[in-house]
Design a protein around this ligand. Structure first.
Ligand SMILES: O=C([C@H](O)CO)[C@H](O)[C@H](O)COP(=O)(O)O
Length: 429
């Protein structure tokens, strides 16, 4: 049996979901999923709308039912859905009610095991009760923490007789793994809905399956801690801030030239105003790829200049951040050495040797620990604690991907941000 491509329309706005659905169907998508966010935003009217626009397409209502199974399945069925989703975590009575109601109203039922440890012991019952599909699903939020549905799918693939659907970060690179592990329905959300061209994205999923090959993608995949540097190269400080619930960055320091990308792990220095001994010693301690982050009390005299920069370049240090002052800025610009500073002045201090290297420091209220990731660009500086960097990067990537799609919609439809995201509708009341 051919593998079915189900496109998960996880939008909050109907018009955007419709546009992606049209593109995806052109690209060969088989089923359309009215995603949970869309159902929460628009209710059953979303299903009615899609039924009218796509009369012949199988519509999946991702209700994520947890209770009142009969009522929710009846609503979805009467609105025009062909399949409704109940959670594997729901009480057994709710799952059974959904299955019964499904039979009564002529709609199929998919039991969604989202990161569910109960799945192994539950499968036999679910099949016995008459569910039509089982879904193995990794939540979007868990994907950001590096989780995937592949292990669970591998484990249960051979045990299940009814068709298995799989969801959670599926893209053109990994879709083959899901098919090889026994998935009959591949549920693809972000890879298609955030693509600049959903038709091309749907086609590449279909091609990967048909041609039994991995089609590489640089976006729409989450990173491990080892992959943080490469991913940060693609991101801006704004992406990181957005992804971390509008997290604040270091404020009051500025890049000495524009179009700069500062990226590396912090070697921290606490020194006294004008005392450049520890900053210079830190150059000998830092490794290739590091950034020296200096707290010099936010004032002059300068603790960094051209000779320090030449030394840093010898060691392939990626840049410097100074809560204090630097000098020789024209030369440092010519050397293309990324530097952020609070002040610029000609007067240097002297090397007294006070302070410490690689201790926690605070600049503008933001704590920086040795080893933290520092990213800087024209918008400012963000600090990513080492233990959370992969998660912050993954949420930042999600923001970048969403923005890419919105930008494309603005340009291709000669529209505006306000119209595309329906800003009036979402103003706070
Ligand atoms: O069902 C989904 C999620 O719970 C939000 O409603 C997604 O549609 C599903 O995970 C597929 O999306 P991607 O993981 O972005 O492919």
């Amino acid at each position: 049996m051919a593998v079915i491509l189900q496109v998960a329309l996880d939008f909050v706005d109907l018009h955007r979901a419709v546009k992606v659905a049209q593109e995806a169907i052109e690209g060969g998508a088989d089923w359309l999923e009215i995603g949970t966010p869309l159902i929460k935003s628009e209710g059953m009217n979303a299903i009615r709308h899609f039924r009218k626009l796509f009369p012949a397409v199988t519509l999946v209502a991702d209700m994520k039912t947890m209770d009142a199974g009969r009522t929710e399945v009846e609503m979805a069925a009467k609105a025009g859905a062909n399949i409704a989703v109940v959670m594997g975590h729901a009480p057994d009575s709710t799952i059974r009610e959904c299955i019964e109601a499904g039979r009564n109203y002529g709609i199929k039922i998919c039991v969604d095991f989202m990161n569910d440890s109960k799945i192994d012991e539950h499968i036999t019952n679910i099949e016995k009760w008459g569910a039509d599909y089982i879904a193995v699903h990794t939540a979007i939020d868990d994907q950001m923490h590096g989780e995937t549905p592949f292990n669970m799918l591998q484990r249960i693939g051979s045990k299940v007789k009814i068709p298995i659907a799989v969801a959670g970060g599926i893209n053109s690179e990994n879709v083959l793994d899901t098919v090889n592990a026994g998935a009959s329905v591949v549920i693809v959300g972000g890879y298609i809905t955030k693509s600049k061209n959903a038709k091309v994205a749907a086609e590449s999923i279909k091609n990967a399956i048909r041609e039994n090959r991995r089609i590489c993608t640089t976006l729409f995949k989450r990173v491990t801690p080892e992959e943080v540097r490469d991913a940060l190269m693609k991101l801006s400080t704004a992406n990181i801030s957005d992804g971390s619930h509008r997290a604040e960055g270091i404020t009051g320091l500025y890049p000495i030239y524009t179009n700069m990308k500062l990226l590396g792990n912090a070697v921290t220095v606490r020194t006294y105003p004008g005392d450049w001994a520890k900053p210079v010693e830190a150059i000998d301690i830092a490794k290739e790829g590091d950034i020296i982050v200096i707290d010099a009390g936010g004032t002059g005299p300068a603790v960094w200049g051209e000779l320090a920069t030449h030394s840093a370049l010898q060691k392939k240090i990626r840049g410097v951040v100074i809560h204090g002052a630097m000098r020789d800025v024209a030369e440092i610009r010519k050397l293309n050495f990324p530097a952020f500073t609070k002040m610029v002045m000609p007067m240097a201090g002297e090397p007294k040797g006070f302070g410490e290297i690689n201790v926690p420091i605070r600049i503008s209220g933001i704590q920086i620990n040795p080893g933290d990731w520092i990213i800087g660009d024209d918008d400012g500086l963000m600090v990513l604690p080492q233990s959370e960097a992969d998660i912050m990067v993954n949420y930042g990537m999600d923001c970048l991907e969403k923005e890419n799609r919105i930008r494309e919609e603005i340009i291709s439809e000669k529209s505006s941000l306000g119209k595309v995201i329906d800003v009036l509708k979402w103003e706070k009341r």
